[in-house]
Design a protein around this ligand. Structure first.
Ligand code: UD1
Ligand code: CA
Length: 454
């Protein structure tokens, strides 16, 4: 078997996106278009992957700087898909087969690519039947079915425009054949560009065998040229993700109102209400219930936990049987142990909240360790920042922190201690003691009447 090299053509201007960002970096389900393709291509195990880039080349290279499997090729002047391929081919070894993929069809699957690279024809293109073929290159076949050529929409006559079989832009051939055809391309078309699609006609002129394989899923091969197409593909993809989640036992209040931008692992009997967004890598264990309009990023949610509406989790670990929200915010390195409860307008950052502990209303817990069975009163603040450095707060097991307490870190409140409401705690509180740190109340008798009488 010949080695397989893949060429991705992604140097185009993407003019129709009206963006300062190259098309390859436009986001679909939270990830660059190119990233979607690269994942599937990697599963094909090619010998090499070349990516032709042009507009925003530096931005693209930066975005994929941790992927050293890509060989970048610069197309300085963009004279069409054929011209892009002319830049890549010198880097492909002579004895290889070449699979060409246009950079703007992000959802192509490895299975479809596999079908293509198994083709025995001299030149194989991937086509698909579309109800509305407008904008695409049409596959022109002879009556016998033999593929004759591909004609771009703008070069097509009325009869050709009516053809519903279109070119997806995937092409498979050998490096040697490709090289011969590329040297004969011209710019004799409406766009004044070297069109890769003209290879089909050239192969026919040479009496080489040409095949067009039909893709069975149009979503997989939808080209993204405009914001409208990007949004449409996003919806299709989200629908597919929602359906996968339901197949795994998740109940979605409305499969059309969930967005997953990353990897979401789920257990059984998970319920997700409307308007939730999941980003990065999230894991949700069995029996979790998530209320409406939550944003959950890079977090783990343990069994039977309830996340109430409008809660934001970012880099948090929530153990089993916890209750979070409504309107709670768990920031990176927040960890709730089993049965902990975090209520409305409570922010937790870089802190561990022990088993069964509660902070039910209006609090900030940062850089702290909180033991088991602790009650944090409303309005409690860990003052973790002195303007220069961050400091730790330690709260032992069974501590009761009265409302509106400021804990000025570094400070430690030992097991079983109580803190009176409104205290400013600046020194450590011993175990089982009561700390009160506030101005003593003074009542002045008759003060109001005296004031009135002047
Ligand atoms: C192309 C095909 C068309 C097909 C459609 C499928 C050609 C001539 N036309 O049309 O038959 O139906 O895709 O979606 O191939 N690119 C470069 N360098 C260039 C020009 C383009 O790298 O000089 C890249 C673009 O970045 C893009 C891809 O090639 O990723 C396709 O270019 P685009 O302009 O989007 O072609 P379409 O008009 O969509
Ligand atoms: Ca396109």
């Amino acid at each position: 078997m010949k080695p397989l090299e893949v060429c991705i053509l992604a140097a185009g201007l993407g003019t129709r996106m009206k963006s300062d960002r190259p098309k390859a970096l436009q986001l679909l389900a939270g990830r660059p278009l190119l990233a979607h393709q690269l994942d599937e291509i990697a599963r094909l195990r090619p010998t090499r992957v070349h990516a032709v880039i042009g507009q925003g080349a530096d931005m693209i290279r930066d975005a994929f700087s941790d992927n050293d499997a890509i060989h970048w090729v610069l197309q300085e002047e963009r004279l069409g898909t054929g011209h892009a391929m002319m830049q890549a081919l010198p880097h492909v070894s002579d004895n290889a087969n070449v699979l060409v993929i246009l950079g703007d069809i992000p959802l192509i699957s490895v299975e479809t690519m596999q079908r293509l690279v198994q083709s025995e024809a001299d030149l194989t293109v991937l086509s698909v039947l579309l109800e509305d073929p407008s904008g695409y290159g049409r596959i022109v076949r002879e009556e016998s079915g033999q593929v004759l050529r591909i004609v771009e929409q703008r070069d097509a006559d009325d009869r050709e425009q009516a053809i519903k079989e279109i070119n997806t832009g995937l092409m498979f051939t050998s490096a040697t054949l490709m090289s011969g055809w590329l040297s004969r391309l011209n710019r004799d078309n409406d766009q004044n560009e070297y069109l890769l699609t003209d290879l089909v006609g050239l192969a026919n002129d040479d009496q080489q065998s040409v095949e067009a394989l039909l893709a069975d899923n149009p979503l997989e091969v939808t080209g993204i040229n405009s914001r409208q197409q990007l949004a449409a593909v996003e919806r299709d993809l989200q629908e597919r993700i929602a359906s996968d989640l339901m197949s795994q036992g998740v109940q979605l209040a409305d499969p059309e109102r969930i967005d997953v931008r990353g990897e979401l692992k789920v257990g059984r009997d998970v319920f997700i209400d409307v308007g939730c967004v999941f980003e990065g890598r999230c894991q949700i264990e069995d029996g979790v219930s998530i209320g409406p309009y939550c944003v959950i990023r890079d977090s783990l949610i343990g069994q039977e936990t309830v996340i109430k509406s409008h809660t934001v989790l970012d880099g948090a670990t929530v153990s089993s049987e916890c209750s979070v929200g409504p309107y709670a915010r768990l920031r990176p390195e927040a960890r709730l142990e089993a049965g902990a409860a975090i209520g409305n307008f409570v922010e937790v950052k870089k802190s561990v909240v022990g088993a069964g502990s509660k902070a039910s209303h209006l609090a900030y817990l940062g850089d702290s360790t909180i033991g088991e069975g602790v009650n944090i009163g409303a309005g409690t603040i860990t003052c973790n920042y002195d303007g220069v450095n961050k400091h730790q707060t330690h709260i032992g097991d069974g501590v009761f922190v009265g409302s509106n307490t400021s804990l000025v870190a570094p400070v430690s409140v030992e097991d079983g201690a109580n803190i009176g409401a409104g205290s400013v705690i600046t020194t450590d509180v011993p175990s089982q003691s009561l700390a009160i740190g506030r101005g003593r109340q003074r009542n002045i008798e008759g003060w109001a009447t005296r004031k009135k009488n002047g």
